[in-house]
Design a binder for this molecule. Structure first.
Ligand code: PMP
Length: 419
């Protein structure tokens, strides 16, 4: 299938049909239909992904890149085919620019170690944003401690959009790298990557994009985003847990140090020293998660068949409806941009009288799975002046009936607390 064709085909998602593909959505929770609204944490998996993993273990299981036997060749071909698919999915031009990791977190750590520790030092600055998930913050803090480089943070406006009006105050001649989320997991804001990348380019800085909440929810084109690194977690995009993606410009991968040492990542080894394999293998030490890669391939096929533009349109409609319904509840305050065009399919909110954790527990009794907490974005919670929020995050198998169920269960929570 040609992914370019499927990305341009526009058609509304057939949610009823899609639901049939997800066995877990047939189960009940506390005797109620499962309304899964925790997709920003991880998505559910279609039968085709589950089958692909099972088929791999039943038919082709072997270690990759090592054997000369039939199964080893099949496993290697399956694994490398997925590298090519991922490259198409994010519109990269070179499959060898795709490194398989365990998740977004590992991808960030890889770059912080392999690029950051080689190229940054005292006097250099890394610019982040106050909205970052801990995964795209802590590795840079560790880097700053080790190298003496300094971290700076772009602030947000009242609607949770990055302040791009004074970028020259943050991004200066000292800036060597800008690290930003594509989409905020706690606010839902789709960040203006291109604007910020443009400011970074003007001072010769590189751009790292944490795409954990971007890639699953709409078309990604690393060329038009104008970034140098893009990381995401396939488990949030219908794929299996346990495999992550890092895309980087090939020349950067070439000049970076290895991350983990061990088998597979070497060209030659003597007792005293070793030399490194070419990219991307230099960054893939040890036995990779081959079955998860195969599952990732199946998840990309599924999403491409739907068309990522259609996924985006669907989420925009559903989040728009969710905000409309939440706005009817005077005790609810939600965060992030009001304009659905600026946000992905999630909404973060608080009830004026009920702690988000209590809210999460009560709505769960009605079969509604939401997330409550700081969403691994403690500095952002602090910036918003709250300790936690409740978050409903939608995906391709959610529709208005799920939003209605959420609203009904929020009203039930009020009753439970005598409000
Ligand atoms: N960044 C963002 C924006 C996220 O939402 C998440 C997951 N919640 C991560 C990074 C980390 O992803 P993972 O746990 O798969 O490494």
């Amino acid at each position: 299938m040609n992914p370019v064709d499927t990305q341009t085909k526009t058609a509304p998602l057939d949610v009823e049909q899609i639901r049939q593909d997800f066995p877990i959505l047939r189960r009940k929770v506390h005797g109620k239909r499962l309304v899964y609204l925790d997709n920003a944490a991880t998505s559910q998996k279609p039968q085709s992904v589950i089958d692909a993993i099972s088929h791999y273990y039943s038919h082709s299981n072997a270690n990759v890149h090592r054997g000369v036997h039939c199964l080893a060749e099949e496993a290697t071909e399956a694994y490398e085919t997925v590298r090519r698919k991922v490259c198409q999915f994010i519109n990269g031009d070179d499959p060898n620019s795709i490194v398989f990791t365990r998740n977004t977190t590992e991808s960030v750590n890889l770059v912080a170690h392999a690029w950051g520790r080689k190229f940054l030092g005292k006097g250099d600055e890394v610019v982040l944003t106050v909205t970052e998930h801990h995964s795209n913050l802590v590795p840079w803090q560790l880097l700053a401690e080790d190298t003496g480089c300094k971290l700076r943070f772009i602030d947000i406006d009242d609607e949770g959009r990055l302040r791009t009006d004074h970028l020259d105050e943050y991004i200066t001649e000292k800036t060597k790298l800008v690290c930003m989320g594509h989409v905020s997991n706690a606010l839902g804001t789709i960040h203006s990557v291109r604007t910020i990348a443009c400011a970074a380019r003007a001072v010769g800085a590189l751009v790292f994009v944490d795409g954990a909440q971007g890639a699953p929810h709409g078309p990604v084109n690393v060329e038009t985003l104008d970034c140098d690194f893009y990381a995401y977690s396939p488990h949030k995009a219908l794929g299996p847990l346990g495999i992550g993606v890092l895309w980087a410009r090939r020349d950067l991968l070439e000049e970076m140090n290895p991350f983990l040492g061990g088998g597979e990542m070497i060209r030659n080894v003597s007792l005293e020293r070793s030399t490194w394999a070419g990219v991307p293998y230099k960054f893939e030490a040890g036995t990779p998660s081959v079955a998860d890669a195969v599952g990732l391939g199946a998840s990309i096929d599924y999403l491409m068949e739907l068309g990522m533009e259609n996924v985006r349109t669907h989420e925009k409609q559903i989040v728009s409806y969710a905000m409309e319904r939440l706005a009817e509840l005077p005790f609810i305050r939600f965060f992030g941009p009001r304009d659905p065009a600026d946000r992905c399919g999630l909404v973060s909110f608080i009830d004026a009288d009920i702690h988000p954790h209590d809210l999460g527990t009560v709505v769960d009794q009605h079969g509604v799975a939401i997330r409550a907490g700081h969403h691994c974005a403690k500095p952002l919670m602090h910036r918003l002046g709250v300790v936690a929020t409740a978050r409903a995050s939608f995906y391709i198998y959610n529709d208005r009936s799920d939003v209605n169920k959420l609203i009904d269960s929020l009203l039930e929570a009020r009753k439970v607390f005598g409000l």
